[in-house]
Ligand binder design. Structure first.
Ligand code: HEC
Ligand code: HEC
Ligand code: HEC
Ligand code: HEC
Length: 128
């Protein structure tokens, strides 16, 4: 009887552990590529919080999550409640000249080039 109870308790602890591990997986560590129809590359690595802490970007969300009024950038506002794909389509549109892939590459790679930090080669971001 005691062993049975112990097993139940152990099972419960394991279950809690599994739930904990699962919720940690929900943080962004690689990009979500579902906005692209057919992907040619593995999803880019991007550990959101760690990346932004390492790069000193925690205070400036709008560097990536920007807001536009038409074609004019709105200073001092951020759009972290939206996906890039909400505004950037796969091909350019009348409202937005920057297709989704270019939006990511321009944002991510140009800062790495300019600061001479962070990956610029395809395989350094699109890791298998
Ligand atoms: C700084 C990181 C970074 C580098 C370097 C980089 N990419 Fe990307 N790329 C991304 C991100 C982020 C996306 C959008 C989400 C995703 O696909 O991971 C993307 C999307 C893509 C896509 C569209 C999605 C797909 O898989 O079809 C292609 C194609 C692509 N990249 C090819 C390349 C090629 C080729 C190079 C080198 C010339 C390159 N990338 C370099 C970050 C990078
Ligand atoms: C270096 C660029 C960058 C910076 C800086 C940045 N983010 Fe993000 N964030 C992203 C990308 C890329 C995504 C994925 C969204 C997408 O691909 O459409 C994302 C997604 C998110 C999401 C939605 C996904 C989730 O985990 O729920 C939230 C919320 C978010 N960011 C909040 C923030 C906040 C708050 C800040 C500032 C403290 C910030 N971000 C700074 C690039 C950035
Ligand atoms: C609320 C809508 C909206 C969201 C969300 C959005 N963008 Fe944009 N973005 C725009 C518009 C509009 C332009 C200007 C397009 C034009 O000039 O035709 C733009 C321009 C850009 C440019 C070119 C100008 C520059 O700043 O270098 C890049 C790169 C870019 N976006 C990347 C991103 C990335 C990466 C994300 C997600 C983290 C994102 N955008 C989210 C609307 C948005
Ligand atoms: C405003 C500047 C800036 C932007 C924008 C930016 N990065 Fe970075 N990134 C950095 C810096 C700085 C480092 C180096 C951090 C270090 O090693 O101290 C870095 C490092 C990285 C690394 C290697 C470290 C790691 O976390 O694995 C990856 C991968 C990366 N960036 C991907 C991306 C992607 C994908 C985007 C676009 C969604 C992006 N970065 C946008 C500045 C930036």
């Amino acid at each position: 009887m005691k062993t049975k109870l112990l097993l139940i308790i152990m099972g419960f602890i394991l279950l809690l552990g599994a739930i904990g591990a699962y919720s940690q997986d929900e943080e962004i560590v690689v990009m979500d590529t579902s906005a692209f129809e057919n992907t040619q590359r593995p999803a880019s690595v991007f550990d959101h919080d760690i990346h932004n802490e390492m790069a000193g970007l925690e205070d400036d969300c709008a560097i990536c999550h920007h807001v536009y009024d038409g074609k004019t950038l709105v200073e001092g506002e951020s759009s972290e409640d939206s996906y890039c794909a909400d505004c950037h389509s796969l091909s350019k549109t009348a409202e937005n000249d920057v297709p989704l892939r270019a939006a990511y590459h321009k944002r991510c790679k140009s800062c790495h080039f300019e600061t001479n930090k962070g990956p610029v080669l395809c395989g350094e971001c699109h890791k298998n």
